[in-house]
Design a protein around this ligand. Structure first.
Ligand SMILES: *Cc1c(COP(=O)(O)O)cnc(C)c1O
Length: 386
């Protein structure tokens, strides 16, 4: 149906001899876990420094990073955590796995990040944490959230799974004073297939996290003196070695994507009925994890058909996240004492975005301007036809 040749974009993940050498280096250590080797330690130092954080702790994946962060913030049964309704399910599942109630709130219709007024309205005496998600790399309104958190006496936990290298008014993720959790899953902006990290602004929560991510065992213990409840979330040496190489190429990739997004966004904005994700000038460095746009008024079926056609035309296109409360998983454990209709009624933007939002993989934004121009032309053609 589409005679236009498919534009080509770089592959993801990207790797070269740097990753190969890193893997050889980890292998040659003869110790492949963090307690014996040096790669995890070195990666943590480099990742913390890159984000201006006091400490980084590498873990098995981004979901565990959120769980561990919440645990060190004291979240457990009887507590509530406010999450944006539009996010990957882990933001909510991490809360629920700890026995706390996940309270989804509406997002901004333009940025798709948590709506500060909606978060404020959801605060109760049981609220312990507000968890903004920096959607597609665009920072949530950290000014509004920091004020709200301070006024309400609750903590912030940044779900920065999309936001490696992001900045808010010049401040890096680790300089914002709150704990932040990252993912290194295969599609993320730097990856070892799986992996995660938590940034800490203080020693106390970092030390607590270190113990808990290693079965409650102090670093130098040789006599099984497990001090606190924990589990094993340790990252292995191979993954850390690859992540050091991935971190070294992140800035160059961000520079390209920051140049390309305004080009693609302007082309998309010209298409009748298409609204690209809004920018926020205060989020002055955006690593662009996804190129997102909405088709306001479209039904979920119509959007899904469009995504199928975009994929058939050669674009790496996806339907955006379903609102977390529109999944069976959400209602299985530790959901709020509300019906799905009640939650939906207070999340009108999340309802619409669940149905009408599309995203293109960030490797699109590593492509050439002619390739992006072709991609936008394909979107225009198929939107008009659909
Ligand atoms: C990917 C992702 C996670 C979870 O990370 P994993 O490494 O896949 O466990 C959490 N939150 C958001 C917003 C994500 O996109």
């Amino acid at each position: 149906m589409n005679p236009r040749p498919a534009p080509t974009f770089p592959d993801w993940p990207q790797f070269d001899d740097t990753e190969r050498a890193a893997l050889e280096r980890a292998l040659a250590q003869g110790q492949w876990w963090r307690m014996g080797g040096g790669e995890v330690n070195a990666f943590e130092e480099e990742f913390a420094e890159y984000h201006g954080a006091r400490h980084a702790l590498a873990v098995t994946n981004g979901t565990h990073a959120l769980e561990l962060a919440l645990q060190t913030m004291g979240v457990g049964p009887g507590d509530e955590v406010i999450v944006p309704a539009i996010t990957f399910i882990s933001s909510s599942q991490a809360v629920q796995r700890l026995g706390a109630v996940s309270v989804p709130v509406d997002v901004d219709p333009g940025t798709y990040c948590i709506d500060v007024a909606a978060a404020a309205a959801a605060i109760t005496p049981r609220t312990k944490v507000i968890m903004p998600v920096h959607m597609a790399g665009l920072m949530a309104d950290m000014d509004g959230l920091e004020k709200l958190a301070a006024d309400a006496g609750v903590a912030l936990l940044q779900d920065a799974a999309h936001a490696h290298g992001a900045r808010w008014r010049g401040r890096r993720v680790g300089e914002l004073g709150s704990v932040a959790a990252f993912s290194f899953q295969n599609g993320k902006l730097m990856t070892a297939g799986e992996g995660g990290a938590v940034l800490f602004p203080d020693d106390e929560r970092y030390e607590s996290a270190f113990l808990r991510h290693s079965c409650g065992r102090p670093r130098t213990d040789r006599h099984y003196r497990h001090q606190v409840a924990g589990t094993n979330m340790r990252l292995n040496e191979f993954s850390a070695a690859v992540l050091r190489a991935q971190l070294a190429r992140l800035d160059g990739q961000i520079t390209v994507r920051e140049e390309r997004w305004p080009v693609l966004s302007a082309l998309l904005a010209e298409i009748p009925g298409v609204e690209p994700q809004a920018d926020d000038a205060r989020a002055d460095r955006n690593p662009h994890y996804m190129a997102m746009f909405r088709l306001p008024g479209w039904s979920e079926e119509r959007r899904n058909t469009l995504v199928d056609r975009l994929v058939a035309a050669g674009l790496p296109a996806f339907a955006a996240f379903r609102a977390v409360y529109r999944t069976d998983a959400f209602w299985e454990i530790n959901a709020p004492d509300e019906t799905v209709d009640e939650v939906a009624a207070r999340c009108p933007n999340a309802e619409a975005i669940s149905a009408d939002c599309v995203w293109l993989h960030h490797r699109t934004l590593l492509g050439s301007v002619p390739a992006l121009t072709d991609a936008a032309a394909i979107v225009a053609e198929l939107v008009r036809a659909g």
